[in-house]
Write a protein that binds this ligand. Structure first.
Ligand code: AMP
Ligand code: ZN
Length: 134
């Protein structure tokens, strides 16, 4: 995966601000941060997205993101944490090496929810439930 920028970071060909590393995962500061301490957690083995990675690997990635969230909360005294994980272009992914965004949060920070809150139509939910579960 020579063209993947996160693989290049892992190879040391692109610099990064590492904050955590173990045998299988690597975490570094995002260079276009949504806020202070915005960190990306990636597996060292390349997978493009959630639909490609195995459930076990995804679980281990999420567990690492939890440890990184705890580390950031401890060191930055953040009040909350938001985790994002985008998949494929339609899911807002721009770097196609799976990663979890771990974003320390404060009540007075500048982040907004990326969707408009409006109540669902109950019959739509019933129909969706039928389609998904049948
Ligand atoms: P996504 O839109 O979920 O694919 O997120 C990709 C993230 O990678 C964005 O938040 C970018 O700011 C971040 N990013 C891209 N290149 C680099 C880099 N060289 N070092 C650190 N973060 C990066
Ligand atoms: Zn990669």
């Amino acid at each position: 995966m020579n063209s993947c920028i996160f693989c290049k970071i892992l190879a040391g060909d692109i610099p990064s601000k590492k904050i955590y590393e173990d045998e299988k995962f690597y975490a570094f500061l995002d260079i276009f941060p949504a806020g202070k301490g915005h960190t990306l957690v990636i597996p060292k083995e390349h997978s493009a997205d959630i639909h490609e990675i195995s459930s076990d690997q995804y679980g281990a990635l999420a567990a690492t993101a939890k440890d990184v969230a705890d580390l950031l909360q401890r060191k930055l005294s953040s009040e909350g944490t938001t985790i994002f994980q985008m998949n494929r272009e339609s899911g807002w992914q721009t770097v196609f090496h799976i990663h979890m965004h771990v974003i320390p949060r404060w009540s007075d920070d500048a982040l907004h929810k990326p969707w408009d809150i409006a109540p669902a139509v109950d019959s739509d939910l019933v129909e969706l439930q039928r389609i998904i579960c049948e």
